[in-house]
Design a protein around this ligand. Structure first.
Ligand SMILES: [Zn+2]
Length: 356
């Protein structure tokens, strides 16, 4: 396979159109204009070109001098199925990544306030330029925090809390209509969430794991984690997500770290987001009593210690492992390559015709 050649700056939709139909071995000029004369000292110091193997060694490529090391989407736009994690290798040694494009993180939870445990990570993704969508399956209407208040009024208040939490974090929020304390991981539940996954098209899922921990782990948590994970798989099936397009992209799954987990740990350094975490926790603390400041800081510090960080949120990595402590994305590609898309295969139908 001849190498892909990248040069210039990443473009928007115009660039995407320009890349369509162009195959391997073509030099691509972004937006009709290369970056000549607009290079930073760092870029000027870079070698003339990188040759390498992307997608776990399957796709050879050359990156010309001038392509910004942290440029967005340039490489990705030149594939029908954009690679989400793209290594640059020089002389056979890993030397960095060029595809640091903005991605979508789906945070799939059971109740408004569950997101407090991921508030720093959500901020880390915002800092990367990612889109983050927090989805709660219920409105948390079963809480007794408000005393003798009718369930509809509890739901109304907690929905408002979720919306405010989204504003504090600066992210999109969605509620589904599952019943608090009665979330069940059924095929119907996964099918409902699969349509949302197909609509949102996430690049990673952060959700609950399977473990039970006294006090902290509401049965809705385990159930919602399974529902979201199942939904990511169902979202790949066209018939399951009509009228949305199936979402067949890789969606690495991360779950809140389980006490006895043997899965790889994915720590995210949230030290710089401490104030926002405490703002969100304080918001809930004053309204439902959950979000003790000292408890949260203590947990973040204990979680951070093994990784030499000050404050960290730690997750179980179910498949791919993040390449740094800065966010859950980008993640290392899976050790084994994915199966080619069906549309790339030349299928035959040799079924005998039905007897008349
Ligand atoms: Zn909860």
């Amino acid at each position: 396979m001849p190498p892909l050649v990248f040069a210039g700056r990443a473009g928007g939709p115009k660039q995407e159109r320009a890349c369509r139909g162009r195959r391997h071995g073509r030099r691509v000029q972004s937006g009709g204009k290369a970056r000549q004369g607009h290079r930073t000292p760092k870029e000027l110091a870079a070698p003339q070109s990188f040759r390498g193997q992307g997608l776990n060694g399957l796709v050879p490529f050359v990156v010309q001098k001038g392509f910004p090391a942290k440029g967005r989407a340039m490489a990705a736009l030149c594939w029908r199925t954009p690679p989400k994690a793209f290594h640059v290798r020089v002389g056979g040694r890993f030397s960095g990544r060029i595809n640091d494009m903005a991605q979508t993180l789906l945070v799939g939870l059971a109740h408004p306030d569950d997101e407090v445990g991921a508030a720093g990570t959500i901020q880390a993704h915002k800092a990367r330029g990612d889109r983050v969508v927090v989805v709660w399956l219920t409105k948390g209407q079963a809480t007794g925090a408000f005393g003798d208040v009718p369930p509809d009024e509890v739901a109304r208040r907690r929905e408002h809390h979720g919306l405010r939490a989204g504003e504090i974090l600066g992210v999109e929020t969605r509620f589904l209509d599952f019943e608090d304390t009665r979330v069940m991981a059924t095929p119907d539940a996964a099918a409902k969430v699969a349509k949302l996954v197909a609509e949102l098209r996430p690049d990673a899922l952060l959700t609950w794991g399977d473990a039970w921990v006294r006090g902290m782990r509401h049965p809705d948590h385990q159930a919602s984690g399974q529902i979201f994970r199942d939904a990511v798989t169902l979202a790949r099936i066209a018939r399951a997500v009509t009228p949305f397009e199936p979402h067949r992209g890789r969606v690495p799954v991360f779950t809140f770290r389980d006490v006895h987990s043997r899965l790889p740990a994915a720590p995210v350094d949230v030290s710089r987001y401490r104030d926002t975490i405490l703002e969100l926790a304080g918001f809930y603390k004053r309204r439902i009593g959950f979000g003790n400041r000292d408890w949260i800081l203590n947990r973040l510090q204990i979680a951070a210690r093994p990784f030499g960080l000050q404050y960290a949120e730690v997750f179980d990595a179910w498949e791919e492992i993040p390449v740094s402590h800065q966010a859950l994305l980008p993640a290392e590609p899976l050790a084994l390559p994915s199966h080619p898309d069906r549309e790339d295969l030349d299928l035959i139908d040799d079924t005998p015709s039905t007897a008349q």
